[in-house]
Design a protein around this ligand. Structure first.
Ligand code: THU
Length: 141
């Protein structure tokens, strides 16, 4: 069961990662922390590019780090930004969280101690994923 203490720990990990954000264009710093099933925590921060379009969000950095280290199953993800209204994952990140983490709890938090936990299925209703690809004519041969 997720306890309040557990939630604080993952929020703290995401908050610490936020300090490394490369956010010189937007000034909007975000931290993320992804907990694997064995308890390992992979963190991420947003990394902005001078092209703007190649910017990567904190959530995807954490997911790419976890997958590239061999982690496959995840318990939850936390996102921390300095906003009064808690910052949720962007649309692109919702898709990636759904595909690689499934219907995990998403912990949203700010620097003022506010936090809320939502399920991915609430953030991304009726998702597109590989179940649809498996139904294509090409896949059937
Ligand atoms: N950003 C994230 O890293 N995660 C979110 O959940 C929302 C947006 C970043 C992308 C960009 O570097 C900056 O915040 C402003 O959009």
């Amino acid at each position: 069961m997720t306890t309040m203490t557990d939630r604080r720990a993952i929020i703290e990990a995401a908050t610490a990662a936020r300090d490394f954000a490369q956010a010189r264009y937007s000034g909007f710093r975000v931290g993320a922390a992804l907990e694997a099933e064995d308890g390992a925590v992979f963190t991420g921060c947003n990394i902005e590019s001078a092209t703007y379009g190649l910017t990567v969000c904190a959530e995807r950095v954490a997911i790419w780090k976890a997958l590239s280290a061999g982690a496959l199953n995840f318990r939850r993800i936390a996102v921390v930004a300095d906003t009064e209204q808690l910052t949720p994952p962007c649309g692109a990140c919702r898709q990636i969280i759904w595909e690689f983490c499934g219907d995990v709890p998403v912990v949203l938090a700010n620097l003022r101690g506010d936090a809320e936990t939502l399920l991915m299925s609430a953030l991304l209703p009726r998702p597109f994923d590989n179940r649809f690809l498996n139904e294509t004519e090409a896949q059937k041969g």
